[in-house]
Design a protein around this ligand. Structure first.
Ligand SMILES: Nc1ncnc2c1ncn2[C@@H]1O[C@H](COP(=O)(O)OP(=O)(O)O)[C@@H](O)[C@H]1O
Ligand SMILES: [Mg+2]
Length: 263
């Protein structure tokens, strides 16, 4: 199953916004999406209308159980988006970051093994390159790196790409870099400079269109809603996510040409 991990070592760059935006776009197309929240902060969980404090199975339970296929028991319907399901997170997931027991890197992949019925699985990674990210990368078929047009965020991209290389070499040979999403593009000179830099360094790996900085994204996050619910303000941003969702879907059919190697 097409399983895409969204990542950057840096926080606040738009990983969760991109996952939710693309999930909502896939839902608009009538596709079935499973979102997995791998961040103990549980922003994705809450944006999709779930409460991390609810007494239901979550991703931490699924990983901890070390049981093939158990993730199916942690799936819930999102609070909005008819085709969106979620495996939610909770603060307890932070404990998995320090679980270095042999084989623990494979536990999310093992928990998801045999799962079917989804067109796409989207994994929202925490802002790190630690154990939780490795769990996500071992379970994924593709990595999408999300970056802001800023120097610190671009350093985070480099570090994530090294982690992808290590995971691909040692744990998951199929793991491919799908692309780089540029989020929070604005009209400053710094933004233009860094957008040009990301295009120069990563070339065809950079996905277009870029996601513009728009207040509606933060508003949708705060209201646990879709940007598409925000009328004329939300429409242009929703259309960007629609286009990025097309890039995700293309990974399924064009595995070699649409995936890229950067050195
Ligand atoms: N394109 C955007 N325009 C405006 N605000 C954004 C945009 N993308 C993200 N944000 C806001 O920036 C903050 C960080 O985004 P988030 O998706 O949570 O990042 P991450 O998951 O990488 O930590 C959030 O408050 C979010 O609402
Ligand atoms: Mg996040």
């Amino acid at each position: 199953m097409l399983t895409v991990a969204f990542t950057n070592q840096k926080g606040g760059v738009g990983k969760t916004s991109t996952v939710v935006g693309i999930a909502a776009a896939l839902d608009r197309r009538g596709l079935r999406v499973l979102c997995i929240d791998l961040d103990p902060q549980a922003d994705l969980t809450q944006w999709l209308g779930l409460d991390p404090l609810d007494d239901v199975r979550n991703v931490n339970d699924a990983v901890y159980a070390d049981t093939r296929g158990i993730a199916a028991e942690a799936i819930q319907h999102a609070g909005w988006g008819a085709g969106i399901d979620v495996i939610g997170s909770t603060l307890d997931l932070a404990e998995r970051e320090t679980d270095l027991s042999p084989g623990s890197e494979f536990r999310l992949a093992k928990a998801l093994d045999g799962l079917s019925g989804y067109d796409v699985v989207l994994i929202d990674c925490p802002p790190s390159i630690g154990r939780l990210v490795v769990l996500g990368f071992v379970a994924a078929t593709h990595v999408v790196v999300v970056t802001e047009p800023s120097a610190a965020s671009l350093r985070g991209v480099e570090n994530v790409l090294r982690t992808r290389d290590v995971v691909a070499e040692h744990y998951n040979r199929k793991l491919q870099l799908a692309g780089i999403v540029v989020n929070h593009q604005n009209r400053t000179t710094e933004s233009a400079l860094r957008v040009a830099e990301v295009a120069e360094v990563y070339g065809a790996a950079v996905w277009e269109p870029y996601v513009p900085a728009r207040a509606v994204v933060a508003a949708a996050m705060g209201a646990a809603a879709s940007v598409a619910d925000y009328g004329a303000d939300g429409k242009p941003v929703a259309e960007v996510y629609d286009a990025l969702a097309e890039r995700v879907l293309a990974l399924q059919t064009l595995s070699t040409p649409s995936t890229v190697e950067v050195s």
